[in-house]
Design a binder for this molecule. Structure first.
Ligand code: UDP
Ligand code: MG
Length: 317
């Protein structure tokens, strides 16, 4: 099969018939063999009935319906697990992404050798309250991930080489960072294509402004797990040692000041009247705790069943 189109959706009943007809038209015109995977993320409108109705006229449709709303990432992950096409394309269900982009995305994966091609909504039809923070968000994501050629990490329209989606795990709200996930999994050929974007025709957006706060927290998580996920002690041990060392210096200062005063017969003072006493107290406790956190982290890693799972590309036997 050439293409799997994975579509996560939450209360998008009005858009679905138009979207399905449009995808079918593009696929038929280009002679692709394909499947459409609708992942109904616990919709409370009649999205699922619409999908069942569409299925009657188009056998290429498959669908999954969640019992409740889990989020876009779980929906994508479920679609990825089921996708069978050589190339997997994801797009939003709200008609903001254009199916006309599919043939070129497919060609870029098949002929240009990309592992992942992300859409770039260069001209966006979204409110300013969204486009402005998005710019900032993408700049940070580029820096942290080291994928410098992407302008639009969170574009819903993306194309993947089939095996890429089988080797990344999208959970929580991590769909914003799929290119980063792919890179961490060892897929380096990440490209971009300017795509046409439309204003939302039906329904309303499912994400609020909290997306930006959560987005940054998730980026921190990915950076940390990507860098230290397999060796937490390298992070906590270093921080802990630095802290402890600071404390040690402060303790020595406290002792030295005390001895100096005694020696010179200065008036008697308590060690607790020295600021270094408190610095020593705090940093030595924090340092020890950071160090212990490192040990705990190592114990967790040691118990992971996946600690020695590697993706082997080729092998000579
Ligand atoms: N979506 C989903 N589960 C959710 C929220 C959103 O499957 O919990 C789907 C939604 O139906 C749409 C896509 O994810 O197909 C993108 O959502 P939306 O258009 O609201 O995001 P925006 O375009 O505002 O970034
Ligand atoms: Mg949208």
């Amino acid at each position: 099969m050439d293409i799997s189109v994975v579509i996560p959706l939450y209360n998008e009943a009005e858009s679905l018939p138009e979207l399905e007809a449009w995808i079918r038209r593009v696929m038929d015109q280009n002679g692709f063999s394909y499947e459409i995977l609708f992942i109904d993320d616990g919709s409370t409108d009649d999205s699922w009935e619409v999908i069942e109705r569409l299925k009657k006229d188009n056998q290429a449709i498959r669908g999954v319906s969640f019992r409740r709303n889990y989020g876009k990432s779980p929906a994508l992950n479920t679609g990825f697990a089921r996708a069978q096409g050589d190339v997997v394309i994801t797009m939003d269900a709200d008609l903001q992404d254009s199916p006309d982009e599919i043939p070129e995305l497919y060609r870029m994966i098949k002929e240009d050798g990309y592992d992942l091609v992300s859409g770039w909504k260069q001209k966006r039809y979204d409110p300013l309250s969204k486009t402005l923070p998005t710019k900032l968000f993408n700049a940070t994501a580029r820096r942290v991930s080291g994928i410098h050629n992407l302008h639009d990490f969170n574009c819903g329209l993306k194309a993947y080489r089939g095996k890429v989606v089988k080797r990344i795990e999208v959970y929580g709200d991590m769909h914003r960072y799929i290119p980063y996930l792919a890179k961490l999994a060892g897929f380096n050929r990440i490209g971009e294509k300017v795509v046409h974007h439309q204003a939302r025709k039906y329904g309303k957006t499912k994400f609020g402004l909290d997306r930006f706060v959560n987005g940054y927290l998730d980026l921190a998580t990915l950076w940390f797990t990507g860098k230290f996920g397999g060796k937490p002690m390298h992070f906590f041990g270093l921080l802990g040692s630095l802290m402890f060392f600071l404390g040690l210096v402060a303790v020595i200062l406290v002792g030295a000041i005390k001895l100096w005063n005694l020696h010179h017969g200065n008036p008697y003072t308590l060690v607790t009247s020295s600021p270094y006493f408190y610095i020593a107290l705090v940093t030595m406790i924090l340092g020890t705790q950071l160090f212990l956190t490192g040990f705990l982290g190592e114990l967790v890693v040691r118990n992971s069943t996946r600690r020695n799972e590697y993706e082997i590309e080729t092998e000579i036997k």
